[in-house]
Write a protein that binds this ligand. Sequence first.
Ligand code: GDP
Length: 459
Amino acid sequence: MKEFDTIAAISTALGEGGISIIRVSGYDSLNIVNDIFISKNSSNILDMKPYTLKYGNIIDKNSNENIDEVLISFMKGPKSFTAENIVEINCHGGIYSTKRILEEVIKAGARLAEPGEFTKRAFLNGRIDLSQAEAVMDIISSKTELSMKAAVKQSEGSLSRKIGNLRNRLLEIIAHIEATVDYPEDDLEEVTSEATINNINSLLIEIDNLINSSDEGKILRNGLSTVIVGKPNVGKSSLLNALLEENRAIVTNVAGTTRDIIEEYMNISGIPIKLVDTAGIRETDDVVEKIGVEKSKNMIDSADLVILMFDYSSSLDDEDFEIINYIKNKKYVVLLNKIDLPKNIDISKLNSLNNEFIFEVSAKQLIGLENIKNAIKQLFFNSQIRNDGVVVTNIRHKEALIRARENLICALDALKNTMAIDLASIDIRNSWYALGEINGDTIAEDLIEKIFKDFCLGK
Ligand code: GDP
């Protein structure tokens, strides 16, 4: 194992809470913490038993003043998250005390960790591969149980094993080809070529399955981005409130340039539904002006799912038809709201839309809303959510799979058209290389840097 310097960061969310944890990792971690720790029974922590706790105080080394009462835990490498010696300081969960302790740790010789650096060490030290490291981050940002299940599976190495298996089989094919080329006797080339085509075809089926799982995977990881469109007063906010009341999962603030965008997540049968621009919907309550067809179109463009809402009690106009036309090729649910009032929409005029996805509802009286749930499942999870199979949730992995696939198609072409099996071996090698980017075997250093930069601090 390479020896890296010792790093430290606050690993809990910074705020007022019961406890905070400052994590220190590296060969010198025990020494560094020992330098600023006074145990209650006056023993030092250098000979501390791994996986136990020590009670005492962190002190300011200059003034010898107590900073906070803490518990120290020690995870001895390689049996730790980073595979290095990790010392964690559990202190009182105040912003000031936590930062003060981190400051002392740094003064005592640790370096402030970069975002994701602990996980990166776990990767560099060979404890986990890249796809597992990425899954650690996904576990943290999971919005629903189903998203988390997919991330946990990946962190346990389900994808790594699958990719490892595919790569081994590619290597076998390459070895086989090279052996044939080295001994160009009889009709060996022809026989090998045929066997190779069969092997590649079966690999392609498995790669395609993985690529196909990524539509669902993306939704599990990032949420299904959903817009609710419709004229003012059709009942959008009422719908939103009704849906959120029952299913609200998480609200996050995404800092924007002009104002913060509020992302709200609903949890519908484990599927994280990300509602786009819900703040905008709420604002239309007070704003007289209409949302406008152009803005609606923009919102529709950026969404995976469109919920188009009409007021059943007022007839449709040209603008409505323009939007109806516009959503035809999207995945949509059309809601005819206010069924408690007299109906004024001629449904036959909606025949350009699939009536399986048109529902009569009342957002105010909470009638028919469960149809939305069923429609979403039908639209996006036709193939049943794969709880046991491997799901590709990460776009980076999907892209690598697509490249691996393209290379194999080229290999097939070479084999079919020219019988030049040594040419095919170059494509197969490229495919092997592309798959290696998923678990990090064949990825460039700068890309690794980039991946871990997106992690959160202290992880
Ligand atoms: P938005 O402008 O599209 O967000 O519409 P709102 O949700 O603010 O609703 C406009 C008005 O329609 C409000 O007075 C709601 O109470 C009312 N409304 C919403 N849903 C229904 C419904 O199902 N039936 C009836 N009768 N009124 C509703």
